[in-house]
Design a protein around this ligand. Structure first.
Ligand SMILES: Cc1cc2nc3c(=O)[nH]c(=O)nc-3n(C[C@H](O)[C@H](O)[C@H](O)COP(=O)(O)OP(=O)(O)OC[C@H]3O[C@@H](n4cnc5c(N)ncnc54)[C@H](O)[C@@H]3O)c2cc1C
Length: 439
């Protein structure tokens, strides 16, 4: 989830450690297998380690972090290819951890935005109109109706005015999907608040938190067997490893694609939940500008693109001489289909309409999350009518298979904060169960 969101707008307007000593089982290789060394896997492993529970993380990639990836090489400065913002600073569990680690945190607010056309800010609609349209939508559509019946987020703006199209743009960038495909209730259940950006990027924060954990890189799990009376067996190119329990943090879209074979198959309600937590699409194009940087707010929006449903946001970071285009949903999918050059050309087009056709870019780099088989997109949303999908996905199966990650039942879902909490929560439950069995 990115910073263009209800959390920042509304904010602007208005683990414990379980200490059990768990002895090694005589029949398993470890106590808990964790699949995936992203935020959720790291969080779960830290929690279990603190509780004295033996864990092994199997990670398919040759690196830790999953969708967290700070690239310092390509552009000679930190480019967060995945998450950038720590959302909802008041409750985000990674905020105190970043502070503890001495990582600087910079305030970020979508309040600092403006709408442009042909190189100049516009007054109709103004950003103030868009914010007012957002608050009006929230009062008239979200708060009264979201709990009563589920419908499409996009259906709440049936014939949008120009200002309301900016509201739809917020939905699209925030959810990485066309609002007509996203559950209103799912959206309603997400927390709102102010954001922070870790200086140096999200990568160093998450990598630092993985220190001392046992992670087996380049070790994809291809099959999970849980056919016996107890325990689970993970099978992959590494051989096979048995454990009492497993925590699966693989993105919901990847799980739904059948990338891991479950033997026996997952219960049908779990499979239905997974298929109703599809991955959205959000790609980034980072563009390095020559000095001096144009005088722009933190977020710049191209009105003509938004009026045509080409949703986006440009995030302006003068400290890096960089502007990053965030391109979500159907536009992102279409451009991805055409290749990186098309995505980058679209980002340049946005930039030209915001700054003026004379704008020059020194270097640029784009992401490819949709083409990444271990992500298959950006982050999951609930489909319309399936606002309970997160809840069902999060339930453990026979107290053996546990599911954590950013698709989990969490008011910070679809963010690193939610993934962290889900990893921690599942680990706490497991630590309690294993500890209780020993008494
Ligand atoms: C472009 C983009 C922008 C984003 N912006 C933000 C933001 O600003 N703020 C925010 O909070 N969130 C943001 N997010 C969302 C955030 O990145 C995720 O919510 C979070 O990183 C999810 O963590 P996770 O551990 O649940 O999943 P992941 O990070 O995906 O970790 C799962 C791991 O499982 C591994 N895996 C997959 N299959 C297998 C297998 N078979 N065997 C072993 N390992 C496997 C994967 O390689 C991966 O490392 C963004 C995401 C994207 C893509």
């Amino acid at each position: 989830m990115t910073a263009i969101n209800r959390r920042t707008l509304i904010g602007g307007l208005a683990a414990s450690t379980v200490a059990f000593s768990v002895r090694a089982s005589t029949v398993t290789d470890t106590d808990v297998i964790i699949i995936g060394a992203g935020v959720a896997g790291i969080s779960a492993a830290r929690q279990l380690k603190a509780a004295g529970v033996r864990t092994i993380i199997f990670e398919a990639r040759d690196r830790i972090g999953g969708r967290v990836l700070t690239d310092t090489q390509t552009l000679g400065r930190a480019f967060d290819r995945g998450p950038y913002w720590l959302h909802n600073k008041a409750t985000n569990p990674l905020v105190p951890l970043a502070r503890e680690a001495g990582i600087g945190l910079v305030e970020s607010s979508f309040e600092n935005a403006n709408i442009f056309n042909q190189g100049a800010p516009i007054n109709n609609p103004s950003w103030k109109d868009a914010k007012e349209a957002f608050v009006a939508w929230e009062m008239r559509q979200l708060l009264p109706f979201a709990r009563i019946n589920d419908r499409a987020l996009g259906a709440t703006l049936p014939n949008p005015t120009p200002a309301q199209r900016h509201v739809a743009n917020i939905f699209a960038v925030e959810m990485g999907e066309d609002p007509s495909l996203v559950s209103l209730q799912g959206y309603y259940n997400l927390e709102a608040g102010e954001d922070l950006i870790p200086t140096g990027g999200m990568g160093p924060l998450i990598l630092g938190l993985a220190n001392g954990l046992e992670v087996r890189l380049s070790s994809p799990v291809s099959t999970l067997r849980w056919d016996g009376a107890h325990g689970v067996t993970a099978i992959g190119s590494f051989g096979q490893v048995t454990a009492r329990k497993v925590i699966i943090t693989v993105p919901t879209g990847v799980l739904a694609s059948g990338a891991i074979r479950f033997d026996p198959a997952l219960p049908s309600d779990k499979q239905t939940a997974l298929s109703n937590l599809p991955m959205g699409a959000l790609e980034k194009v980072a563009m390095v500008l020559p000095a001096p940087m144009p005088d722009l707010p933190e977020y710049a929006l191209s009105n003509s693109h938004i009026q045509q449903g080409q949703y986006h946001a440009l995030f302006v970071d003068p400290s890096k001489q960089m502007i990053t285009a965030l391109i979500p949903g159907p536009v992102s999918r279409a451009l991805h289909g055409e290749g990186a050059a098309a995505l980058e050309a679209f980002a340049m087009d946005l930039l030209k309409n915001v700054i003026g056709s004379q704008v020059r870019v020194q270097a640029l780099s784009s992401t490819n999350w949709q083409g990444d088989p271990l992500a298959l997109g950006s982050y999951p949303h609930q489909t319309v009518g399936h606002a309970n999908a997160r809840k069902i996905y999060s339930q453990s199966v026979e107290d053996r298979l546990f599911f954590a990650g950013d698709g989990g039942d969490d008011s910070l879902a679809v963010t690193v904060g939610g993934a962290w909490r889900q990893g921690q929560k599942n680990a706490q439950i497991i630590a309690r169960q294993l500890g209780a069995k020993r008494r």
